[in-house]
Design a protein around this ligand. Sequence first.
Ligand code: ADP
Length: 501
Amino acid sequence: MTSNTSPVELLYIVAQQLNASLDLTEVLGRVLRLTLEATQASRASLLILNEQAQVTHHILARPNQSAEVLEQNLRLVMSEGLSGWIYQNQRAAIIADTAQDKRWVQLPDDDQVTKSVLGVPLIFRGRVNGLLTLHHESPGFFNETHLMLGTGIADQAAVAVENARLFTQVKSEREALYALLQGLPMPLLVIADDQLIFRNRIAERSLRIKQTGAPLADIAGGEALAQALVQLRTAEFRAGVEMTWPDGRIFQVSLNQVTQHGLVVALDDITTLKELNEMKTQFVETVSHDLKNPISQIRGFARLLEDETLSEQGRLNLAQINQSAGYMLALIEDLLALVQIEAGVGGTVQPCDLAEVAAETLPTFSAALAEKGLRLTTQLADPAPVAADPLRLGQIITNLVSNAIKYTPAGGAVTVEVSQAANEVLLRVSDTGRGIPLLAQSQLFQKFYRVPISSPAEWVEGTGLGLSIVKAIADEYSGRVWVESEVGVGSTFGCALPLLK
Ligand code: ADP
């Protein structure tokens, strides 16, 4: 830039130079250099401010200040000095003689001579986002031309700084996101047009996916993944599907469609969980089988004893043995049923008519109902079939009806209703029994949960597993369960199963 360059030409050059970069540090450097050249000032500083008037970036006339001193100096100039004044008033200022102007704060460690100063705000959309300060060692150096030039540069610099700031922010957010995805402890893949376009570090290491930009079909395991993706696109599997990798590991795959970027696929290694679950099932099955025989024998021999002549106390003891053995058998059977349902063992799924299953199951309760003097009402519609194992559906009805009988006092009523809603078959078992407090209702379907009783007279034998079994079966068939109940009035347990497609 030569001394005979006109201010208009100068501003044009400034605009060109400022727009040539989006790097904030580079832009700040250019602003300072251009201003120093254009105004012939001896020194200059540039502060960039955030919305709270805090200095976020700076280039200072004296660059070698310790962090501590720098912080103190910045606070001082922003609170008492010219910088603070320009920020507050949002306009430029000339100090002709620093010795005569209160706005000039002489910093304690500043040994350079400054006699006159020009300060200009960088204003973007009505907010001061920066402050440009020019120093000169002679008093009265800065005039209206300097002011006009400084303001012209500052106006353009404000836009350039804002652009660079936004760019830097987006870039650093992008880098943070990238680092986050790379550092995630689970494999993450991005797939677009059946091509793998991103894999994070753990995916590279653990799934041995070396290259990106390759079609899925070319990756070892790509076939299993492609199959999982097809399943995941159907509503039924939105929550995730299991996939077996060629080396035998099992992953829970979940999917997120990100517009314009493709499919984000997260893989959760559940091999250990699966193994543990398998071990748990085997353990419960083995223990239950091993316990079942001796307990059945205890019960059998206790029954034989009933025919013997026993004292009154002997009879009482025998009844106790019988009851305890019966409870243990019920517990074992419930536990076995639950682990088998949860593990998806056994059960043949076929089109089932829930009303038919109810009609076949309910007669088994005649004796229990008569014994307690309870009235049974049924409303069995003719619903469309559901896909289920009829034995499991029978188990749902058995558990709900036996509860209704157990928890309803003599003289009460039990109603079993099967109906069809939009795309579900509904089972409702209602009673006029003791009801369930609201607080307990949310825990009813948890394993071993039993509603606390307030007096021994309320005690009814049970394992606390019946409703967990009902829920496990409903879950297996993508159904749902619920309860409506009022203490002292009665309860309705509901189960909805999707219609066979
Ligand atoms: P169990 O009946 O063997 O204890 P369940 O899992 O079938 O186990 O039921 C859990 C608890 O829910 C029961 O202990 C009882 O407190 C409560 N409950 C279940 N059904 C009813 C009902 N129809 N009326 C009142 N309480 C009920």
